[in-house]
Write a protein that binds this ligand. Structure first.
Ligand code: UDX
Length: 415
């Protein structure tokens, strides 16, 4: 039987497309999953929240919380949904916030729903809950189906029982359902993302220092990651973290703290290290060409902020492209999925190539920005033939320095 789900959005075109099986984003396995569930009659799409509310037990609000001018999370969409729910619920419903929202938002959602009920002069019982999302783009389905944990902040037993029943099918092997109070659940999401971003900035800082003192950050990573207290994951130095979560959530947590008179000094450093790190590949390129890349062509592999997605939000590639163009260089790019998204964002400032080797034609250097699998074992002879200079600058440390050198290339990596 499964659970019946109706997805609601105000964007009519998006809903119409979904009804026709067209998925608005690239996410491995998602299309098949949507088709399967639509066919089984479990998954529906609608633009009419009022109608849908008639027969649901739980509503998940998963609207965006873009940063406003000062970096705080903008709650206008979250509260608009709450208002709409308040205007329309008729029976006990648990209203769950999935969006990443600052501590205290559930209270505002509750007050907004209640205010609408008061206007209607009706008494309808409801609960609010906070259920932060931890899935990673590119691994969303796996992360959802077998989560490390599911965190749910509740304030009533009734809501807790309902949420436990909902998540039961995903908890058959390991019960990883953690109930907390609502403010803690709201904080957990920011704290988790901020901790992960901190690890990355820390390793980027260590990588930059490694270069100066002659150490190798890959060896350092292995050496420290085997300490079970540290752990192996999320210790990869690179050209900076991007995406829809880390940059936004780190900024928002800094702001939340400032609003209550507290300075998150560690996170401020995490942010500034990341900003600097996005320029690291450009700096290496400039160093290699003695500060002058005017008229030079550069090949770029990867545009998305990470592999298995077409997402370019806060992608290091964008910073890099802008800097190269400003310095008078030309960029030839290839990404397996994200080229249409790049074109939408920056138009034809760069040359879009049909495959990874086409980028190398007349290139004076190759920059590896996103570690897609297909970039891992390039044909060095093909590259050598196409390029003017045999220079590889690896922003994700995916190549073996010895092998690259044996093939006659100069090799620059991070740390
Ligand atoms: C992140 C969190 O991992 C997820 O739990 C949360 O729900 C949303 O935010 P996501 O943004 O999809 O997920 O990507 P993630 O895999 O975490 O990578 C974020 C960025 O960090 C990428 O730019 C990636 O390249 C970078 N990264 C990651 C590193 O530079 N080094 C690492 O070791 C890991």
């Amino acid at each position: 039987m499964g659970i019946s789900v109706t997805c609601v959005d105000v964007d009519e075109r998006k809903i119409e497309n979904l009804k026709n099986g067209i998925i608005p984003i690239y996410e491995p396995g998602l299309e098949e999953m949507v088709h399967k569930n639509v066919k089984a009659g479990r998954l529906k799409f609608s633009t009419n929240l009022a109608e849908v509310l008639d027969d649901v037990e739980v509503v998940f609000s998963a609207v965006g919380t873009p940063p406003d001018e000062d970096g705080s999370a903008d709650l206008k969409y979250v509260l608009a949904v709450a208002k709409n729910i308040g205007e329309n619920i008729k029976k006990y419903t648990v209203v769950v916030t999935k969006s990443t929202v600052p501590v205290g938002t559930a209270k505002k959602v509750k007050a907004t729903i209640q205010a609408e009920l008061d206007k209607r002069g009706e008494q309808v019982e409801f609960d609010v809950a906070s259920n932060p999302e931890f899935l990673k783009e590119g691994a969303a389905i796996k992360d959802f189906m077998s989560p490390d944990r599911v965190v749910v902040g509740v304030e009533s037993d009734k809501a807790r029982r309902r949420m436990a029943r909902l998540y039961k099918p995903f908890m058959l092997v390991n019960d990883r359902l953690i109930f907390t109070d609502i403010p803690s659940a709201e904080m957990i999401k920011y704290a988790a993302n901020s901790m992960l971003a901190t690890r990355i900035s820390f390793m980027n800082d260590i990588a930059n220092l490694c270069e100066l003192v002659g150490a190798d950050v890959n060896m350092v990573r292995k050496g420290i990651g085997t300490d079970t207290r540290i752990g192996k994951k999320f210790l990869y130095a690179g050209c900076g973290y991007g995406g829809s979560c880390f940059p936004k959530d780190v900024k928002a947590l800094i702001k939340t703290a400032q609003k209550v008179g507290y300075e998150m000094e560690v996170l401020q450093a995490v942010e500034s290290v990341n900003e600097k790190q996005k320029s690291v590949l450009f700096n290496k390129l400039m160093n290699r060409f003695n500060g002058d890349i005017k008229g030079k062509t550069v090949a770029m592999w990867g545009l998305a902020f990470k592999p298995e997605t077409d997402d370019m939000r806060e992608a290091p590639a964008l910073v890099l492209i802008n800097k190269i163009i400003r310095a008078g260089g030309f960029v030839r790019v290839y990404d397996p999925i994200a080229m249409p998204e790049c074109q939408r964002r920056i138009g034809d400032k760069v040359t879009y190539c049909k495959d990874m080797y086409e980028t190398a034609i007349d290139a004076e250097a190759l920059l590896l920005v996103t570690e897609w699998k297909e970039f891992r074992m390039p044909s060095y002879p093909v590259l050598a033939k196409a390029m003017v200079n045999k220079v590889i600058i690896d922003g994700r440390n995916i190549y073996d320095a010895k092998e690259v050198a044996e093939n006659g290339f100069e090799y620059y990596k991070i740390g």
